[in-house]
Design a protein around this ligand. Structure first.
Ligand SMILES: [Zn+2]
Length: 437
């Protein structure tokens, strides 16, 4: 295989180039990045297809065809969250500058480094003359940061034959948590569901100087919000959460949430918070709106609650929980804004074992643990539509303090080390060889 220095130069400059192409979503404008990659890959002998879901919203698909039944996709997204208005950056977020062994800029972690690593995986395999036993597909999509409607979801809905695969590697996992003296790499095999929900209360308007004449919708809502804030939805330890905890501390699988939580508490604060959210639905009021004038009693109030449900829980479950929290739903309207159920892929699979095997070779003593993300990625569309075994896995050694690292994606001074770029590239090359070799 190519030496580390050569990988470092190529992956660094590709990532810098990608960061320089501003794909802040909105508006996205991912077509520029898609065209850039299409050119890049064509120099290595690949033909790509760019599919535009709407003007400027480019999705790129590159096939590395092979004989065989199994198919594998390397997935990533081209868009990034905006950074221009974000204060506190110590570099220009769209410069892709290399400093102190890190590449800096918006998308360095989420997820243009993965775009670069996956692109170079194709390049290096081709240069080696690798012949996959099954189709290998590189897909980098638009619109992940705004829900995927013009990206992965659109592709799955409109071009299912181009993107139907058995196995998929995507963003959303791969960080190594240093706990109990060893690295635990998170393999994202499940995602919680995202249910944004609007609540409405109605009342009667009137002059605020005579409160008894009106019926204040804001008062009603704040009563509800107060109760929601105090409510603790029931805990449920899904198999994957049991596996997550027991693989880290070598303890028994336990279905008792209390036991799992106390074990997680001993590991690390960040892990404890994660496990807490993996054990139940969360509901967090995030917005509230009422009233038109200082002296008018509001006859309508609107609130938004960000609800995150476990795989298997649906909108009916959510309403049940609201009813339990509030005693009664009388006087309250509940409307869904977004309903994306949680998804889960099995983790007792060949793909998981291959990731484990390669990880222990690359980082002796390290382990892989299945985990459930608290938010969603594009993997969910593939799990739902095709039953694809989709894992979030871009291996990342923790070369920054964990709490610093956790704030980088969507935050300021987003960056990734060149060591992790090399590590990730080599890992994916080996992974593809193992699966399709
Ligand atoms: Zn992302």
């Amino acid at each position: 295989m190519i030496d580390d220095r050569e990988i470092m130069n190529e992956v660094t400059s590709l990532l810098t180039d990608l960061i320089k192409i501003d794909t802040s979503n909105p508006p996205g404008n991912e077509i520029k990045a898609a065209e850039f990659l299409s050119d890049y890959l064509s120099k290595e002998g690949f033909e790509s297809e760019i599919l535009e879901s709407s003007e400027g919203r480019g999705n790129i698909i590159t096939k590395y065809p092979g004989e065989g039944k199994k198919s594998l996709m390397l997935l990533s997204h081209l868009d990034v969250v905006p950074a221009a208005q974000q204060k506190g950056w110590s570099v220009n977020p769209f410069s892709g500058v290399v400093k102190d062994g890190f590449v800096w800029g918006r998308g360095a972690l989420d997820c243009k480094s993965l775009v670069a690593i996956e692109t170079l995986t194709f390049v290096y395999l081709k240069r080696e003359g690798f012949k996959p036993r099954g189709n290998l597909i590189f897909t980098s999509v638009a619109d992940e940061e705004k829900g995927g409607g013009l990206g992965a979801k659109w592709l799955v809905d409109n071009h299912p034959d181009k993107v139907r695969v058995d196995l998929l590697i995507n963003e959303g996992g791969g960080e190594a948590l240093p706990i109990y003296g060893r690295n635990h790499y998170l393999v994202q095999v499940a995602e919680k569901g995202v249910f944004w929900t609007r609540l409405r209360t109605k009342g009667t308007t009137g002059h605020a100087s005579r409160p008894w004449l009106g019926d204040n919708a804001l008062h009603k809502m704040s009563g509800f919000i107060d109760k929601l804030g105090k409510y603790k939805p029931p805990q449920k330890a899904l198999d994957i959460v049991q596996a997550f905890v027991s693989k880290i501390d070598d303890g028994d699988m336990s279905a008792d949430p209390v036991v799992l939580l106390s074990r997680a508490e001993k590991m690390d604060e960040t892990v404890f918070e994660m496990v807490k959210a993996m054990l139940r639905m969360t509901l967090v009021p995030t917005m509230m709106k009422a009233g038109v004038k200082e002296n008018i009693i509001p006859d309508e109030c609107e609130a938004v609650v960000d609800c995150r449900l476990l795989p298997g829980q649906d909108f009916n479950y959510l309403k049940e929980q609201f009813k339990k929290a509030l005693g009664s739903l009388e006087g309250l309207k509940i409307e869904p804004i977004q309903r994306d159920p949680g998804t889960i892929s099995p983790y007792e699979t060949e793909l998981f074992h291959i990731i484990e095997e390669l990880t222990s070779k690359a980082d002796p003593g390290a382990r892989c643990v299945p985990f459930m993300a608290l938010g969603g990625t594009d993997s969910r569309f593939f799990r739902e539509r095709f039953g694809t075994i989709a894992y979030g896995f871009q291996p990342l050694k923790m070369d920054l303090p964990l709490d610093v690292f956790m704030k980088l994606a969507h935050g300021v001074d987003e960056r990734i080390s060149q060591d992790n770029l090399i590590y990730g590239t080599k890992f994916l090359v080996n992974l593809v060889k193992k699966i399709l070799g």
